[in-house]
Design a binder for this molecule. Structure first.
Ligand code: ATP
Ligand code: MG
Length: 274
């Protein structure tokens, strides 16, 4: 049997579902963030009665669950209400034009024409928004240039002065000093509910990783004690994203060596001292 055939025909995987360890995997259950999820939902609730909402800003270091929680909130809102939602990620929508184009696309279900100026797209968006209840999430906003983020905040937050809007804006940043990078007028206008995502404790990381390991690995592949050790290390020296990537690599290594469980030496080699 060739190596190719051996690898491809091996269905004795130690993984129950390897996708669980992908960092873009969206977990059905979110642990330890009930308080933050509640705050987000309470903040957008007035939209249901066409009442005025205060916009929100979610802040926290990388890997503290901001994107996971907001996506969960949007999913629930879409499932249970007829509010329209738009999720922007400034790693992708990394210019003002791309942000407005994406909002346009969500509202009109088509791309804006290339030769149309951004100001015209903006007006079309605002006119459409007068007829909709809308939640706009701008994730990773600190990846926009300070000039673009200042402009976007100014234009969006001040739009209620010119249009009759039923809109909630939720900004997400992983840099607490974000506000101070903005131009002065944007800083002044950015009056928001601030929701902080504190770093996870070792116990919280344990419950998140335990859940992933139970779904991702077959029984007996990793012990409870090993998950605890990884959680402690993660809380002190790295982050959940790194822990998930390491668990995935570790699983692959064990599998490629035809072993059926993780040994403590593997942890020392792959996670604890990387
Ligand atoms: N409370 C949680 N429950 C389950 N999984 C979580 C939780 N928090 C984080 N994760 C997992 O950790 C990883 C990082 O989380 P997430 O992307 O939400 O962090 P973030 O705060 O948005 O980070 P960044 O600022 O870098 O964008 C994801 O794979 C996510 O599934
Ligand atoms: Mg994020």
């Amino acid at each position: 049997m060739s190596i190719f055939e051996e690898i491809m025909s091996n269905d004795n995987s130690i993984f129950r579902n390897q996708e669980i360890f992908n960092i873009d995997f969206f977990p059905e259950t979110i642990q330890c963030r009930d308080k933050e999820l509640k705050s987000i939902l309470i903040n957008v609730k007035p939209l249901l009665n066409n009442s005025k909402v205060l916009n929100s800003i979610l802040m926290g270091k990388p890997g503290t669950g901001k994107t996971t929680v907001i996506k969960h909130a949007l999913m629930e809102i879409e499932k249970h209400t007829d509010m329209k939602t738009c999720y922007l990620n400034c790693n992708i929508q990394n210019t003002l034009r791309k942000c407005y184009s994406q909002i346009f696309k969500v509202l009109f279900e088509r791309n804006p024409r290339n030769n149309v100026g951004t100001e015209i797209i903006q007006v079309e968006i605002m006119e459409k928004l007068e007829k909709e209840s809308f939640i706009l999430v701008i994730d990773d906003m600190n990846y926009l240039s300070p000039r673009d983020s200042s402009k976007l905040i100014n234009e969006l937050f001040r739009s209620t002065e010119f249009y009759h809007l039923n809109m909630a804006i939720i900004i997400i940043v992983n840099d607490i000093s974000f506000k101070y990078s903005l131009e002065r007028n944007a800083q002044n206008i950015l009056q928001c509910n601030e929701i902080y995502f504190q770093e996870y404790t070792s116990e919280e990381i344990y419950s998140i990783l335990k859940y992933r390991c139970e779904l991702g690995f077959k029984k007996g592949v990793i012990s409870d004690e090993q998950i605890r050790r990884i959680s402690e290390y993660t809380a002190n020296y790295s982050g959940i994203r790194e822990a998930l990537i390491s668990l995935n690599l570790l699983g692959q290594k064990i599998e490629s060596e035809n072993r059926d469980k993780i040994e403590n030496e593997d942890l020392a080699e792959r996670i604890l001292f990387t």
